[in-house]
Design a protein around this ligand. Structure first.
Ligand SMILES: [Mg+2]
Length: 119
């Protein structure tokens, strides 16, 4: 069974690149443009193996997404990998119990290795 990955990223070019990259490696990929859309994806199909998420997004950012995700038993166990260029984001995310933090710009190879390791 291929692993299922949810990508939540508002930047179109980054999101599309990540979708292509992970699909090319054989993952099943669903993508969302902000945290709220990401939560809707979880409602429809909660069985993701990993969530790859940006922090700074309109409508609902990565912090709020993670807060909501942790409230739901079915969702809270899904590993979350955060990608951000925001200063202090790594420090701030310590209270959010994420699995891994990647500083943008992220090398594609690093993304692949991290997704493979935690999904
Ligand atoms: Mg963003």
């Amino acid at each position: 069974m291929p692993k299922k990955i949810l990508i939540v990223e508002d930047d179109n070019s980054i999101r599309e690149l990540l979708v292509e990259l992970l699909q090319g490696e054989g993952y099943l990929v669903v993508s969302a443009v902000n945290g709220l859309e990401g939560l809707k994806c979880l409602e429809v199909q909660p069985a993701f193996d990993l969530i790859l998420i940006d922090l700074m997004m309109p409508v609902m950012d990565g912090y709020s997404f993670r807060t909501e995700q942790m409230k739901h038993p079915k969702w809270s166990r899904i590993p979350v990998v955060v990608m951000s260029a925001e200063a202090n984001a790594r420090e701030k995310m310590k209270n959010y119990g994420v699995t891994a933090f990647l500083s943008k710009p992220v090398e594609l190879d690093t993304i692949l290795k991290t997704v493979e390791q935690y999904s």
